[in-house]
Design a protein around this ligand. Sequence first.
Ligand SMILES: *C/C=C(C)/C=C/C=C(C)/C=C/C1=C(C)CCCC1(C)C
Length: 246
Amino acid sequence: MNNLLFMLGDLKQIATDDYVGFTFFVGCMAMMAASAFFFLSMGSFDKKWRTSILVSGLITFIAAVHYWYMRDYWAAFEESPTFFRYVDWVLTVPLMCVEFYLILKVAGAKKSLMWRLIFLSVVMLVTGYFGEAVDRDNAQIWGLISGLAYFVIVYDIWLGQAKKLAVQAGGAVLKAHKTLCWFVLVGWAIYPLGYMAGTPGWYDGLNGAFNMDVIYNIGDAVNKIGFGLVIYGLAVAASPAKPTDS
Ligand SMILES: *C/C=C(C)/C=C/C=C(C)/C=C/C1=C(C)CCCC1(C)C
């Protein structure tokens, strides 16, 4: 923790063969660019979509700030910035749950749905953190509990209450909901792969062929920016065309 505070704001060089550091750097840029895009596009949408777009921008912006620090941390120590990583996730993943709620509000989604998803996501992340940082010897047990919370989220949005609301809403909302569901099922599944690459007892035999941070960085770019673009697409599809658009 002392090291952590010591190096903040320090600018370090990225070695040309440091591909992990490179993905932190590119990730940071991509998150910044996406944030600018979402924030600047907000004004052009119908009022009811602005909060959703704002949240998309907040997700990538929070990630951009964390990537800034993670990039530095990696450059200084060549060590996984696990602490920053999980602080980032514990802020941004609940915001992704809020996105589900926001788009389903038109069909009468209740706050309880949002809190349920947020709670599950926090359980998923806190147990993951324990396996990765606190109690690595039991990484498999923590990973299993985390995975269970993940499955409940997947169930809720694909088949549970959220799904019913999406069907009620129909049209562009249903379509966007479906796409977000795919992101959670396939895009989020990237993370347990990273976890297994970074904790003992899974595919140790491959001897570091996969780098946990690279996998996480790819997952973040796909999911955070992808999620935001789905919401953006929904806002475009569901906003009445202005006369000047023709
Ligand atoms: C923007 C960040 C996102 C969308 C992060 C998502 C993270 C996960 C879905 C992590 C899931 C994990 C498991 C399902 C089991 C192993 C431990 C985790 C935390 C890596």
